[in-house]
Ligand binder design. Sequence first.
Ligand code: GTQ
Ligand code: FE2
Length: 329
Amino acid sequence: MAFEKGEELAAFDAELAAHDMRGQWLSDERRDSGQGGDWKGDVWEPHLRGRPHIWKWQQTEPLIEKSAHAIEESFTARRSLIFENPALERFTTHTMNVGMQMIKPGELAWAHRHTISALRFVIEGHPDLYTVVDGAQCPMQERDLVLTPNWQWHDHHNQSDGRALWLDVLDGPLVAALNQTVFENFGEDQQAVRNDVNSGALRFSWSDMEKALNGLDDADPHEGFALPYRDAATGGPAMKTLEPAIQRLPGGFQGAERRQSSSAVYLVMEGTGRTVADGVTLTWGPRDVFVVPAWARHRHFNDSPDQDALMFRVTDRPALEALGLYRED
Ligand code: GTQ
Ligand code: FE2
């Protein structure tokens, strides 16, 4: 497909450039030279962005402890440690940021809102831990999920006597790519809790989710028993850009290989196993966080013969579906 460029065309390229223009043929040249992707037969595909990577809980935990002393909650909006993909600048995937946020007993993370959407899966919860989302008080017990859809005010409160910890997943890199990032501080520490608003679309209790998970009959050959969170009122996706889900791999599960144009991040809840992604083996256990970049071929294995593995998973699939871009094979 490569073609020889004559002197005349090279001169024309320069002339166009002087007018802040270029011929479409330069895109062909870029593709043919292997920049950003590769030809496989007649199909050109992008290179992976970011790489498969795992953050082991054993390494993360002491850093979370340390953050309690290093940072006062009032110094920053949030005491969250973001997992940076070693092959990306600042981001976990090219569309999502993932972090662990810790709030000490008695602390308040002040109210703000942003065009970035976020969700929080509770790792260490309490009866007196909650987030207020546009007036709705959302309790955060262990394994509950709380959504903060874009532009909704949110403040976090830990009124218990133990530390609180959760996984934050945000669509920040996606919103940044569209240059739509807007932040606003509420101006006061907290918003008023309103009793006339319902948290039904924003908070998902673990007990409901567990019941639904145990009711699944058929395992998917790739994902085992996978249950996306759904909006109770519409039955549709719980969020516009992100899809949170619970995934159960039965003992001895050996998943079939597949690749998807969505990126995925995982928090291991229970069990031990491996995920092989783009030839990299990620060996995981409880509270490890790992990432499978978009378009990486991957398989999940539960290495225990009789113990289930449970994972919380988030993908950016709804954003891609909305744009008609989601693919898999
Ligand atoms: O809890 O509101 O990890 O605004 C990053 C940005 C958490 C939050 C993060 C945020 C939040
Ligand atoms: Fe926030």
